[in-house]
Design a binder for this molecule. Sequence first.
Ligand code: IMP
Length: 198
Amino acid sequence: MKLLAATTNQGKIREISEILSGLGISVVTPHELNLTLDVKEDGTTFAENAAIKARAWSRAAGMPAVADDSGLCVDALEGRPGVLSARFSGPDATDAKNIALLLKLLEDKPNRSARFVCAAALAWETGEVILAEGVYEGGIIREPRGSGGFGYDPVFLDPELNRTLAEMSPEEKNARSHRRKALDGLKDLLVKSGRLGS
Ligand code: IMP
């Protein structure tokens, strides 16, 4: 079975390929199909946005497609930035500006608990979608630490390891991340769906 990884992010493509390997699935990329698509992510939840992306790419490519949508939810900010994580600090947002705004808003907040959430969606050519969600619980520290990763990684602390995601190797992060859990869940659903040989 051929499956489109509905993203141009190389890290995500690698992760999707690794997780789905062994299921007899060959993962293809938009680049390999010479396909570009600008999908409007106007859902109000991660699951809605993941499904919107997966359906649009599947329709455009004429094959099943996997997409994900993720973000940071902070308890003291009533779940913000949530689905707006990438654009939290406005239209010219950068990772540094987003982190600066987050730390400013949390300056006098004693509750620093937060979680990364990821929804992974697989859309079939029929428009039918299966969805799984993964959560990574942690906390927001007061000063960025580490140089790895992307996004909010330098301020997101794993409470068990007492390290930020930016202080982990890619392998360490990928083994426990919200994205990993969502993709593992999707893999289980896919196997259970009986639409695969294994
Ligand atoms: P996307 O789903 O990959 O578009 O991610 C949306 C936004 O959420 C990113 O631009 C980041 O700001 C944030 N985000 C999602 N996952 C992570 C992560 O693993 N580390 C840091 N930031 C993340």
